[in-house]
Design a protein around this ligand. Structure first.
Ligand SMILES: *Cc1c(COP(=O)(O)O)cnc(C)c1O
Length: 357
């Protein structure tokens, strides 16, 4: 399928933000977006890149009522010589298709997915910020558009991709976060849709996040929904604890989002000879390690920040300080190495980086 391109007329172009320190996240989007439609009788059709605009939906469009809505998040990075890179984009497509399958939505062809991202990013490449740590965020999304009430699998969908410049996550160096272990609320349960980037998971997470923020914490640490004993994720990131010589993260049991960064951290740490375990890790084990002094560092992983150190953890009425509230050596090393691969500043022995321009 050929992607048709309709360019914006010059006088309609939006001003490109010039102060990259003010970009923040998710506030600015470029002049164009990609979209294509699906109907069960014809498959995907009409792939187009066109001027950014509102989309119109019938008020009974199924995504608005029963939540068939999935998305992805990845970034394009600006290299020093003007190159443009993507980081493991096909992992995002694989995950999107896994989400699609679980929510009874159609899958997308890898070549078309990559082509759409490449063409869109290159068309709006003047929007790609150049400052350290900045990037162009890419948000592929799929929604059910069939107009009909009654819970059922939709017969029509819209897939679209919007892109926008985002600022550096760390503007003044690493700042370790304070996390709040939620005992009362859970994000997801084994057998549910926790492993999908599906809108409903985020709606379910807001209330506990609000409580945590009110109490002065940055993020919620989610425990498993059944025993409320094992750590699962933190906010919208995966979580790692370094205890003694072991780096531990929760196994992918179905309630956890399989992060691309999580997988990159695991592969990279293993390539350095570290022992990395994907195994259940209980709060009791973490507290015991804290008492013994063997809990060396903890960090969250995700596309937004790469890795984000955890300096403090609230659990059952007590605040626990991790690594004296400072960034750990492994956290820092992983951050630097992954960042340099993403921006084309060093060799990529894993084959993660794709140059698109
Ligand atoms: C997106 C996301 C992550 C991180 O995934 P990456 O692919 O590393 O960005 C982790 N947990 C949740 C709940 C997420 O939504």
């Amino acid at each position: 399928m050929e992607i048709r391109i309709t360019k914006i007329t010059p006088e309609k172009r939006k001003p490109i933000p010039t102060d990259e320190s003010q970009l923040g996240f998710g506030k600015k989007f470029t002049d164009h977006f990609f979209n294509m439609k699906y109907h069960e009788d014809r498959g995907w059709y009409d792939p187009v890149i066109e001027p950014y605009r509102d989309i119109s939906l019938d008020p009974t469009a199924l995504c608005l009522h029963y939540g068939q809505l999935i998305f992805e998040g990845l970034k394009a990075y600006h290299g020093k010589g003007g190159e443009i890179y993507l980081f493991r984009p096909l992992e995002n497509l694989k995950r999107m298709n896994a989400s699609a399958e679980r929510l009874c939505m159609p899958t997308v062809d890898p070549d078309l997915f990559l082509e759409a991202i490449k063409k869109l990013v290159i068309l709006d490449k003047q929007w790609l910020p150049k400052g350290q740590g900045t990037s162009l965020y890419i948000r592929p999304t799929m929604i059910a558009t069939e107009a009909a009430l009654g819970v059922h699998e939709a017969n029509a969908y819209l897939f679209f991709i919007v892109i926008g410049p985002v600022g550096a996550y760390y503007t003044e160096g690493f700042s370790p976060t304070k996390i709040y272990v939620s005992e009362d609320y859970v994000r997801s349960v084994k057998g549910g849709i926790g492993y999908c980037k599906a809108a409903g998971n985020y709606a379910a997470s807001l209330y506990a996040s609000k409580i945590a923020m009110k109490k002065g914490y940055t993020q919620v640490l989610w425990l498993d929904a059944v025993e409320r004993k094992y750590v699962e994720e933190v906010g919208t990131s995966n979580i790692f604890f370094r205890i003694g010589d072991e780096l531990i993260t929760s196994p992918l049991t179905g309630s956890i989002l399989p992060g691309v960064t999580r997988d990159s951290v695991i592969q990279m740490a293993r390539s350095w000879g570290m022992q990395v375990s994907e195994r259940p890790l209980s709060m009791d084990e973490i507290l015991a390690a804290l008492t013994k002094g063997t809990l060396r560092e903890a960090f969250a992983s995700g596309t937004a920040a790469i890795v984000s150190p955890v300096g403090q953890m609230f659990y059952k009425g007590t605040d626990h300080i991790i690594n004296e509230g400072k960034i750990g050596s492994l956290t820092e090393r992983l951050y630097n190495e992954i960042l340099q691969i993403q921006y084309g500043e060093k060799e990529d022995p894993f084959g993660w980086r794709i140059r698109i321009h």
